[in-house]
Design a protein around this ligand. Structure first.
Ligand code: URA
Ligand code: CA
Length: 433
């Protein structure tokens, strides 16, 4: 087999065989196929798309390029959740204990934030002492005992994806639906869950700018997952504004705790219940979504979801007393109100730009090595659909430096005011096999 023929086939819009795809993935991973040939193939895929079979074969070739996590020692149906990247998205911190409170095992591998989106591990580290460096045995033991544990990303998971993602980043080929779908699904499949619930974000602040593209990405991922024997479903959710009010780390932990108490923001609560219901059904604990939702509301109301969060935090070295006393979470030195210079209804809050503002304050990293400041962040005071008068406070900045004019300017420019009172539809669609 020759790489040049594979490139020419894709250029001519012929379907690649499983063997051709494996040849490419293996050859690129072990360094035999050079970047220029891989780049040419990626660009041909970008223009000519992939069939569902090609996308599934590409996914599995990437899964097989490295280690796979074996969760077979964990009892029950293991359900994982993945979001395509939001701002202020604290749902994992809510979902993990919430679903575990129904005895659905949550064996989660999580990452750190990079760029304008936050990472679950960073947020959890705001709970003093919390760590994710667990051995495979301890991870398994904790999930069997408590039904929930979070581990950091293992070194040799889907090396093909790491290499291809880096190449896509510099060749203008990130935004291809089969390439995004296979990249995400390869990591989820290698991480070992039996069932996968996907949250595909749509809007200005997301990878997918239109609902049509988001649906296509979701359908591609759902099909890949089910084709390879993992029960997979997706919801399409709005990113026309950040989720909830808090964007940062400590403040998002506090928001997750509020939500587990039943006192969280409406949108974060609704998204959490929607995703958790899917997970409960996939995990075999509820016969349908309605029953799941009732069970989830019950474990919020009786305090067992919050108690589960405390057990989970303690089990990984964190200070569980912070769950009852979030006022002791890392606190920033300075608080600055941001006021509106105009008036009107909030129509859109540019989530990406808010994420960048939080990152500038120190809540996020520009490079993998950056240290982040867990105490800083942004609290939105107005959401889409609310009326703002000139001089009204639209957000509050928590910072470790006095001068926050840069972040404040970014926040002001993120608020798009108009004459129309818009309602965002949070959950746009649910895609199942
Ligand atoms: N996230 C991923 O993991 N891969 C992509 O290609 C895009 C988003
Ligand atoms: Ca939030």
């Amino acid at each position: 087999m020759r790489m040049v023929d594979i490139i020419a086939n894709k250029r001519d819009n012929k379907e690649l065989s499983k063997e051709e795809i494996q040849f490419f993935v293996n050859g690129y991973t072990n360094g035999e196929i050079p970047d220029y040939q891989a780049s040419a193939l990626l660009m041909a895929v970008f223009f000519n798309d992939m069939t569902p079979d090609e996308a599934a074969n590409l996914t599995m070739a990437m899964v097989n390029s490295g280690d796979q996590i074996d969760l077979s020692e964990i009892d029950g149906i293991k359900v994982d959740k993945h979001s395509t990247g939001g701002v202020g998205d604290t749902t994992t911190l809510v979902l993990a204990p919430l679903v575990a409170a129904l005895d659905v095992p949550v064996a989660k591998m999580s990452g750190r934030g990079l760029g304008h989106t936050g990472g679950t591990i960073d947020k959890l580290e705001a709970l003093k002492g919390f760590h994710v460096e667990l051995s495979q045995d301890d991870f398994t033991k904790l999930v069997n005992e408590n039904k929930v544990a979070v581990i950091g990303q293992s070194g040799n998971l889907t090396p093909a994806d790491k290499l291809l993602y880096a190449l896509r980043d510099v060749t203008g080929t990130v935004n291809s639906i089969p390439l995004i779908a296979s990249s995400i699904m390869s990591k989820k499949i290698a991480a070992g869950a039996d069932a996968i619930v996907l949250d595909v974000k749509v809007g200005d602040g997301a990878f997918m700018k239109t609902e049509e593209d988001a649906v296509k990405l979701a359908e591609t991922m759902v099909r890949i997952g089910n084709d390879v024997g993992r029960r997979t479903m997706a919801i399409i959710s709005s990113m026309e504004e950040p989720l909830g009010y808090a964007v940062g780390n400590a403040n998002e932990v506090k928001e997750a705790i509020d939500t587990l108490k039943g006192e969280g923001p409406e949108d974060l609560t609704e998204l959490s219940l929607t995703l958790a219901s899917q997970m409960a059904v996939a995990g075999g604990k509820a016969k349908d979504l309605e029953e799941a939702r009732e069970m989830l509301k019950a474990v919020i109301a009786d305090g067992s979801a919050l108690e589960k969060f405390k057990v989970f935090v303690n089990s990984q070295g964190g200070d569980g007393s912070l769950v009852e006393h979030p006022e002791n979470l890392p606190a920033a030195e300075f608080h600055t109100e941001v006021v509106s210079e105009e008036e009107g209804y909030v129509e859109v809050i540019d989530a990406e730009n808010i994420g960048v503002a939080a990152s500038v304050l120190g809540a996020g990293r520009q490079t993998k090595e950056d240290e982040i400041d867990l105490s800083v962040g942004i609290m939105l005071k107005k959401k889409v659909g609310e009326y703002v008068n000139k001089g009204d406070v639209i957000a509050e900045i928590a910072s470790s430096t006095k001068d926050v004019s840069d972040a404040a300017r970014k926040i002001v420019s993120s608020y798009h005011l108009g004459s129309e009172q818009k309602q965002t539809k949070l959950i746009k669609k649910i895609i199942t096999a």
